[in-house]
Write a protein that binds this ligand. Structure first.
Ligand code: GCU
Length: 837
């Protein structure tokens, strides 16, 4: 009976796993693996303590092998000599029980040795978590049907491989798109930490070793006695996976929580306060990994308030955690968000070097300066931050963003490994020697004791973790690259795809093709040539709004005017930022001729008519790229459609919905950005597409009853700048028009706006035939940061395919407002086969 029950439980776990909760740890059956002679007969895990990662490894091997091979194995924690077993343990435990293991001599901290060559599978970790990593590696191979004998050591390139979770204590997540927090609610750590443990399991499988659980914009009340108890609960939950907990601190806590009159880092009372609170935390969480600090940035308090240096601030925390082996990650994301756009020499991109370079060597040994990959803020294209090349006597880590804050909020497919690889592979040529970012943050280039990776992930309670199944390739890739940045993006993606969707070749090829095209596509239909993403930086960072970049103190300027565009960051003429790079690289960026096209507008201010190396003008490149990128997004829909019979319905439908949304929103992006620059520069599109939409019926040109015109702001978020909204919030509006297109079969697309605060209902009819009905409820289905306005965030499209239409018929849309949503409509497109408009 027990066996029956556990089989049943396992089966149900695997079935329900298709909601995404199992992510890449599905352990789905692999048919060709079944009769393998390599199938082990027992599992020996050399540690019986339940909180030990080695014990976890034993359990994981049991579950994994049961899933993949349908074979139930016993896990023993007693060493014994037996053939055909999987033995997992630390090097010390293994050698104590089984004698020396020469092959494992070169193991380093967290590393593992895996051998499947003999009749026994040997998995040995340098430490406990290394053993668990080895077990996950073995299972990953099995789950991918790879049973070939192997024997190798794998060591991490860097000791710090953490995630940052921007979770607030009230349960919300800053820049999170997958529901509320798995750590907090209503001001406190959750009582139920099951989901946190499940997350730790996922992270352990990609060899992440630390989680900073709360937002960098930190709340001092995290440090109350009740929450410190909560931290202990969370740390206990994630410890069996070899993951250590860390927290973000609010610099002003001694004042705001402790009641002191200051938070001056050189005030002995302040120092003592931090020492004391740190001791209290370590009493409950003895293996706390350390602190993360955002100071003097975007309104956060910090040492500069007291004319102390950032190093003074960082070192205060470093002293507090040092006795416990803790690390302080001090963020380099420090800048003044009130700089004057009138000053052409001002440049936010200069801030990192200005704030940190003179402090090189002044940080304590257990401080790591955590640097965002580019000088601004997770844009679709940035050069590597020059700070990586400037700190030679300071340990550094790179901050990457898994959550797609500026890159489509997980509603657009953007596989990020190629972007990260480009930065990690950038050679900054410090002292005219190879100085790749990956070698700097690993600690090897400047011989630093610490260094590594911080990934802003922001998983939520959504079963898919990130709100989108396909976005999980980014989390997977983050862990893999943090371990070994030399891996190829495509190879990582394919491992993830096999583990997530199975071994079907067509599924593999299709997801590979879509994902590898996705970052270039997103860049094409958002901001090109290094101009930044061009999303609305003053609101939700989701839809297009290029004008939001300029004329404010945030310093994400494009300097676009009627004739020219781009930031002049040259030393010769501009902000001098190019000169922040070591000379060999500085020289490349200083000159237009040697600056790569994709960073041209990052470093140079040029006329729209400037010729690129491709021979195109800047403006024509903008137009063409936007059409190209949006076309690629349309193709993703067809590509995903082709996998219908090969992917379970639950995930297929979920992804189909998102790809369809992306295809529509890519058109919003395309038209919006093109309209904006066309309007500004007045330079026509050589291919006459921009501003020319022969397949559209503008809503404002239809006959309206109960609807009125509405000027959309920003203007370019509406076709011909105008939409319609119902006259009142209660009565339906009707818009009708005569169809003047030739009779035939069309895809009929309606562009409308889906704002929060209401769920308008729509009905589309042609003569008396109902073509479709829908509700404006994307806010429930998508999870991107919503908008209360008609703008580039809320603009969206619904398409009805293969509609028979006769010349002279009447098209009618009835919009029933709801709440504050006035059933807004922009236009209807009648698209003959193959046309996208
Ligand atoms: C961005 C982001 C903020 C975040 C900040 C940071 O500006 O929009 O939400 O707090 O980065 O990284 O500190």
């Amino acid at each position: 009976m027990r066996l029956f029950l556990s089989t049943l439980l396992l089966a149900s776990r695997l079935v329900s796993a298709e909601d995404g909760s199992a992510a890449w740890l599905r352990y789905a059956p692999v048919t060709q693996a079944k009769n393998s002679r390599l199938l082990p007969a027992a599992i020996i895990a050399l540690n019986s303590t339940k909180s030990s990662p080695v014990y976890t490894a034993g359990q994981e091997l049991r579950d994994g092998i049961a899933g993949i091979f349908s074979k139930e194995l016993n896990v023993s924690t007693q060493a014994r000599r037996t053939s055909s077993a999987v033995i997992v343990g630390t090097l010390t435990a293994y050698t104590n029980d089984y004698g020396d293991l020469e092959d494992a001599e070169d193991l380093e901290e967290d590393g593992f040795f895996l051998s499947t060559e003999q009749d026994q599978v040997v998995i040995v970790g340098h430490n406990e978590r290394g053993a668990l990593y080895g077990a996950f590696e073995y299972l990953s191979r099995l789950a991918q049907g790879d049973l070939s004998p192997t024997s190798f050591i794998s060591n991490p390139q860097a000791p710090i491989r953490w995630t940052n979770e921007w979770n607030n204590l009230d349960g919300s997540i800053e820049r999170g798109y997958a529901g509320p927090s798995i750590f907090f609610r209503d001001g406190f750590v959750l009582e139920n930490v099951t989901r946190a443990a499940e997350y730790a399991r996922l992270l352990a499988s990609i060899r992440i070793n630390g989680i900073i659980i709360n937002n960098v914009n930190a709340n001092a009340t995290l440090l109350t006695a009740r929450n410190i108890e909560g931290l202990a609960r969370l740390a206990d939950a994630i410890r069996p996976y070899g993951i250590q907990l860390g927290i973000s601190l609010n610099f002003a806590s001694p004042r705001d929580l402790g009641g002191l009159s200051s938070f001056d880092p050189l005030d002995p009372k302040v120092d003592a306060w931090w020492m004391n609170i740190t001791t209290q935390i370590y009493a409950k969480v003895p293996d706390m990994i350390g602190y993360l600090v955002k100071a003097n940035s975007e309104g956060q308090p910090g040492p500069l308030t007291y004319n102390r240096t950032l190093a003074d601030g960082a070192n205060m925390f470093a002293r507090a955690v040092r006795p416990y082996g803790g690390v302080v990650m001090f963020r380099a994301f420090v800048y003044d968000n009130h700089i004057s756009p009138a000053n052409w020499k001002a440049d936010r991109a200069n801030a990192q070097l200005e704030f940190f370079q003179h402090l090189d060597g002044k940080f304590d040994e257990n401080v790591v300066v955590q640097i965002k990959y580019g000088p601004i803020d997770f844009q679709v294209r940035e050069p590597a931050s020059p700070l990586f090349g400037a700190l030679h006597n300071t340990s550094t880590a790179i901050e990457l963003q898994v959550t797609q804050e500026y890159l489509g909020h997980q509603c657009h497919l953007v596989y990020l490994a190629p972007l990260w690889k480009e930065i990690l592979g950038s050679d900054l040529r410090a002292d005219s020697r190879s100085s790749k970012v990956k070698d700097i943050v690993s600690g090897s280039r400047f011989k630093r004791p610490l260094g590594g990776y911080a990934g802003v992930v922001n998983v939520g309670t959504n079963s898919t973790w990130l709100g989108s199944h396909l976005a999980m390739s980014n989390l997977y890739a983050y862990g893999r690259l943090a371990w070994d940045a030399s891996l190829e993006s495509e190879a990582i993606l394919q491992d993830w795809t096999r583990l997530t969707f199975g071994l079907d070749q067509e599924v593999l090829d299709t997801i590979t093709d879509m994902s590898m095209k996705s970052w270039p596509a997103y860049e094409n239909y958002s901001g090109n040539l290094g101009i930044q993403t061009l999303t609305d930086i003053l609101y939700t960072h989701f839809g297009p709004n290029p004008a939001s970049q300029d004329n404010n103190g945030w310093g994400q300027w494009t300097r676009a005017d009627k004739a020219s565009i781009g930031m002049d960051r040259t030393v010769k003429n501009g902000t001098g930022n190019a000169g922040h790079y070591p000379p060999e690289v500085a020289q490349i960026y200083e000159n237009i001729e040697t600056t790569p096209d994709n960073l041209l507008l990052w470093f140079h201010h040029v006329p729209y008519t400037q010729r690129l190396k491709s021979g195109k003008t800047v403006i024509q490149h903008f137009y063409d790229a936007h059409y190209e990128g949006a076309d690629t997004a349309q193709a993703f829909v067809r590509q995903w459609e082709s996998l219908k019979s090969k992917v379970d319905n639950e995930r297929w439908n979920h992804i189909m919905f998102r790809q369809t949304f992306q295809a529509g929103h890519a058109l919003v992006w395309r038209d919006s950005i093109n309209q904006f620059y066309h309007n500004l520069s007045e330079i026509p599109d050589e291919s006459k597409r921009v501003g020319n939409h022969p397949y559209r019926i503008e809503a404002e040109q239809m006959s309206l009853v109960g609807y009125k015109l509405y000027s959309v702001n920003p203007f370019h978020a509406a076709s011909r700048h105008t939409a319609i909204v119902t006259n009142s919030n209660s009565s339906a509006g009707i818009a009708t028009a005569n169809i003047t297109f030739v009779s035939g079969t069309y895809d009929v697309a309606v562009n409308y706006y889906d704002i929060i605060g209401g769920k308008a209902r729509y009905q589309l009819e042609i003569d008396n035939r109902t073509i479709g009905k829908w509700t404006g409820n994307l806010e429930d289905k998508l999870g991107h940061a919503p908008s209360i306005y008609l703008d580039g965030h809320s603009a969206t499209r619904i398409t009805f395919k293969g509609v028979e239409v006769r010349h002279g018929e009447t098209v009618r849309i009835t919009g029933q407002p709801n709440g504050m949503e006035p059933a807004p409509i922009d236009y209807i497109s009648f698209l003959p086969p193959g046309v996208v408009d």
